[in-house]
Design a protein around this ligand. Structure first.
Ligand SMILES: NC(=O)c1ccc[n+]([C@@H]2O[C@H](COP(=O)([O-])OP(=O)(O)OC[C@H]3O[C@@H](n4cnc5c(N)ncnc54)[C@H](OP(=O)(O)O)[C@@H]3O)[C@@H](O)[C@H]2O)c1
Length: 275
């Protein structure tokens, strides 16, 4: 059984492969093109990009050149976090679709509730305006699902109170020791899928001795333990790599971490606390 074919169901009824290929910090051009193409040829059917990653062009080209039926690939892109207007959202979506060279995306996310330059700022009204446009895009059929990213409970509640469509997903920072339990439980109770971004803590968890010990026990790598952990927590997982060996290894996670070890991992402190 190939775990790359395993999927969750979104609240739209659509399926979403549990493992997605992350593309943040992969430069547009040959690197994004060849790593995305390699991931697709290795069986990945879910690609995660964003307007601000600057690589939509190469990601889209890899999807077209893969020869895989577009309907068999789940493609996510994101609205830049500093766009908080209705018209700005519609216009930016058009730019993304054009740059990707696709007719539709499978998931369109508001990248963050605040611009990165004002992390934590209150943009509730802007998010409500952007969400209205997200709903229009969804209704047009050009995004098969819409959702959010980096939203906390308060941010989510504002969308639920003011929107007419429940977000399909919330993509959040989620890895061993850093699992944002409050918003995770809030979303999971409401049928909003949690997508775990940075499942390897952007590489910073890879030399963690506690996880390494467990990896040795299971005869797996630290990366595989981290990815498997996020799956067993019921989240989509989005590992990123530009190395073919790692792209393959990150999808080779068809094993089970037992309950006791899951509890142990759940209890680990955040190895990479954000300032
Ligand atoms: N919505 C958001 O705000 C947001 C924020 C961050 C991330 N994301 C999404 O989540 C994806 C993943 O997060 P991330 O990019 O922070 O990184 P990550 O997947 O947590 O870690 C990637 C790092 O780990 C290395 N790596 C990958 N697999 C490995 C393996 N098997 N063995 C050893 N090293 C390995 C990679 O190296 P190489 O690349 O050199 O191989 C890279 O340095 C992003 O690409 C993006 O799609 C979303």
């Amino acid at each position: 059984m190939n775990i790359l074919n395993d999927s969750y169901k979104l609240n739209t009824g659509a399926t979403i492969p549990k493992i997605g290929f992350g593309t943040w910090q992969i430069p547009n051009g040959d690197e994004a093109y060849s790593s995305t193409l390699f991931a697709l040829r290795s069986g990945y059917r879910h690609i995660d990009t964003a307007r601000v990653y600057g690589n939509e062009e190469s990601v889209g080209k890899a999807i077209r050149d893969s020869g895989i039926d577009r309907r068999d690939i789940f493609l996510t892109t994101k609205l830049p976090a500093d766009i908080k207007t209705y018209n700005g959202t519609l216009e930016t979506f058009e730019t993304s679709i054009k740059t990707l060279g696709v007719d539709y995306v499978d998931l369109y996310l508001i990248h963050a509730p605040w611009p990165w330059s004002d992390r934590g700022g209150d943009y509730t009204e802007g998010n409500i305006q952007a969400w209205k446009a997200m709903e229009e895009i969804y209704k047009s059929g050009r995004a098969k699902a819409v959702g959010v990213s980096n939203f906390n409970v308060k941010d989510m509640q504002a969308i639920l109170d003011n929107g007419t469509i429940t977000p399909a997903a919330n993509q959040i920072r989620f890895f061993i020791g850093s699992t944002q339990n409050e918003v995770t439980e809030f979303c999971q109770e409401k049928g909003i899928l949690i997508e775990a971004y940075s499942p390897l803590a952007t590489g910073r968890i890879l030399d963690n001795p506690e996880v390494k010990k467990l990896a040795d026990k299971y005869e797996k790598t630290v990366a595989q333990i981290c990815i498997r952990y996020t799956l067993q927590r019921g989240t989509v997982t989005l590992p990123k790599s530009t190395h073919e060996e790692y792209i393959l290894q990150n999808a080779d996670v068809n094993f089970v971490i037992d309950e006791q070890d899951m509890n142990y991992l759940n209890g680990l402190r955040d190895i990479d606390p954000q300032s």
